[in-house]
Ligand binder design. Sequence first.
Ligand SMILES: [Zn+2]
Length: 284
Amino acid sequence: MAIVSLREVLQDAMVKRYAVGSFNAADHSMAEAILEVSEERNVPVILSVAEVHFRYLNLERFIPYLRQRIETMATPVVLHLDHGLSLDTIVQGLDLGFSSVMIDASSLPYEENVALTSKVVELARGFGASVEAELGHVGGGEGNLTDGTEADPSMFTDPKQAAAFVRATGVDALAVAIGTVHGPYKGEPQLDLDLLKEICSLVDVPLVLHGGSGLSRGHFQSAIANGITKINYFTEGSLAAVEEVRRVLATGTPIGYPDLIGVAKRRVKEIISEQIEIFGTGKP
Ligand SMILES: [Zn+2]
């Protein structure tokens, strides 16, 4: 049985200083792309389904299907609910069989974030699922594909508060705001590595970097060297797949729908594979 929680995969990553990629699936072929790369490269992977993508899915069918699929695999896979925004979503996700959930209460005041996150931790324990929370706020979003977003330093994670938050809530992993944004960047991304280092020295759970798309190999390597063990990566793969479909269509060669989906899937697999290599996932 290959379905695991964040605790199992991130512990090894912490010790050996690599990161595990968290890749989003919004349909069957994206999920297969992620799982196939995990099998082909023989590495752990985090398959994430974000609440914002629920509208593309028949969740009640899709999550049990994914669980079954993952249980036949030899590599460890975390089936993770990404950016759950309410307690209702978390309860639904745990009932459906996610092995890990993220509660994103990072837009709420600190005390409310602590209260909601603590409640989620208590619930998740009953299912044996792990919990990721976010402190500070990683801005941006998929809505902003044209202009991109700039990181807002006033939203960055406060190290002492992060330590207190982890103690108060008992979370298994913490997403930090250190200069990344969701979706494309406006200008050059700049990571505050001193801040990351300080957070890492005070917090003993794995740290998570959201907004991996648009970062360079150097960015990833310095983030990992300073304590990041889970990296969320989505937008770049999604856009690259569309670009590849556009390129194939522009040749004018007739192509059917299944093959077109195959074109997109192949490109997503290439991108995921490249990222896994950069993250050093599963290194001995
Ligand atoms: Zn995120």
